[in-house]
Design a protein around this ligand. Structure first.
Ligand code: ATP
Length: 445
């Protein structure tokens, strides 16, 4: 797919040029599959996370927030099954020393057999038989680097929720069904990372674990499946590029009874960026057993005791940001000129408006600065007085800024300015005094 590949290349280059995403430690040649967010990228990702938090935590009575630490007691990962089972099968090429996932589609033949061919150097019969490799990053706690001091960087945020489930339940006085939501970093020593920020070794998750009475789990699973899809469409992602993929028995994780991925049609194919999982009572039962602490729920209405089932919605903040960028990216022709525009939903656009004095004289810069100073108390806005007005519009189109505010000669006379809409290109005159309200109305939802 040369055309599709080119779209990704152009997006990656735009992301760097305009300050969305930079490679980590670039001046040292970069660190593999670790990325940094620049001034526009951090705004975009924060807006996505805030919107998620608002819809999950603030707008719901039955979900509480949590911010658990990245480092956890190592026994957590024993109980959760990650120490034994969070592994990928790996093969090495004895010729070129590269390492691959055994299921890498580029490998021809069966690794370990004479017919297997290395996808990098092309040697035959040099690929080792698959060996299991744990994806968790290890580090040491305290001054001694010995086995007893090993701790892990969490590979998912969910476990921080499970081990705090009783704390949250008791302190918030919630009753089942209820949920706990968390946004935070997770780390996986991925073997075949790539596709820009799609698969990285450090990333952020937005996870919500919903605790329900066994027997009601199926109904809640359906509920959250629909809710999450609605939320993504509300984020402005084109519905025809979204679909569910139900996990086959072979794909199901060790803890899951049923699972759906939400996939997006990237230029490199349909890929998961969020999952809804019925994790049953697997995690809480394992933690109860391993810690010796009761994690049962006592139903006040029926006095029944049970370990709740968990329905999880697990999204990657970085992957969602990538979906949003890919979906927003458009190349089009306007008045015979090519323009690149990021059509972000205004509510998550990094910059909400840009303020332009038409020329740098005749009182226009002074009025423009006053408008800019007023607007930035309410929204993230940008001031630009460099170059022709057309070029300034184009720069904001590339940044995905929904509104361009131009202060011209008439503005000095009657206090009105023009507001240009990024998508329709229509310009309307609006009283400068009413601009904050005008923007707020269009940025809501
Ligand atoms: P994959 O099959 O792509 O490795 P997964 O099924 O292991 O993902 P989950 O464990 O369900 O993923 O994680 C939930 C979400 O976290 C994913 O949908 C994705 O958005 C995000 N995520 C997981 N691994 C990564 C990664 N290496 N880089 C970026 N985001 C990730």
């Amino acid at each position: 797919m040369p055309e599709a590949a080119n779209v990704m290349d152009r997006l990656v280059s735009l992301a760097k040029r305009r300050g969305f995403v930079f490679q980590s430690s670039e001046i040292y040649g970069g660190l593999g599959s670790v990325w940094d967010y620049g001034p526009l990228g951090v705004e975009l990702k924060n807006n996505i996370k805030e919107r998620w938090w608002r819809s999950m935590v603030h707008e719901r009575e039955d979900i509480e927030g949590l911010d658990a630490a990245i480092l956890m007691h190592p026994k957590v990962w024993e109980a959760s099954g990650h120490l034994a089972g969070f592994t990928d099968p790996l093969v090495d090429c004895r010729q070129c020393k590269n390492r691959f996932r055994a299921d890498d589609p580029r490998i021809k033949g069966s690794p370990g057999q004479p017919d297997a061919q290395c996808p990098v150097c092309g040697s035959k019969g040099m690929l080792t038989a698959p060996r299991m490799f744990n994806l968790m990053f290890k580090t040491f706690m305290g001054p001694v680097e010995e086995a007893a001091a090993v701790v892990y960087l969490r590979p998912e945020t969910a476990q921080g929720i499970y081990v705090n489930y009783v704390n949250v339940l008791q302190s918030s006085r919630q009753k089942i069904p209820f949920g706990i939501a968390q946004v935070g970093k997770a780390f996986r020593n991925e073997i075949t990372p790539g596709n820009f920020t799609f698969r990285t070794r450090e990333f952020e998750q937005m996870e919500m674990q919903f605790f329900v009475k066994p027997g009601t789990d199926q109904q809640w699973f359906e509920f959250w499946r629909e809710e999450r899809m609605k939320w993504l469409v509300g984020l402005g992602i084109r519905a025809e590029r979204l679909r569910f993929h139900q996990h086959t028995p072979q794909e199901l994780a060790h803890y899951a009874k049923e699972a759906y991925d939400i996939q997006y049609e990237f230029p490199f194919g349909w890929q998961e960026f969020e999952g809804i999982h019925n994790r049953t009572d697997f995690d809480l039962s394992r933690h109860q057993e391993a810690s010796g602490k009761k994690l049962e729920y006592l139903d006040p209405a029926t006095t029944e005791r049970f370990i709740p089932y968990v329905v999880e919605t697990s999204a990657g903040a970085d992957r969602t940001a990538l979906v949003v960028m890919v979906d927003a990216y458009h190349e089009e022709e306007v008045a015979g000129e090519k323009r690149v525009v990021l059509r972000f939903h205004p509510a998550i656009a990094p910059l909400k408006a840009a303020v332009f004095p038409l020329v740098n004289k005749d009182g226009m810069p002074e009025l423009s600065r006053r408008i800019f100073d007023d607007l930035r108390k309410h929204q993230k806005v940008f001031y630009d007085d460099g170059g022709s007005i057309g070029r300034r519009y184009r720069r904001q189109d590339e940044a995905g800024t929904p509104f361009g505010i131009t202060i011209d000669g008439q503005s000095i006379q009657d206090g009105t300015v023009t507001v240009r809409d990024r998508d329709t290109l229509l310009q309307v005159r609006v009283a400068a005094d009413g601009l904050a309200g005008y923007l707020a109305e269009r940025l809501r939802s």
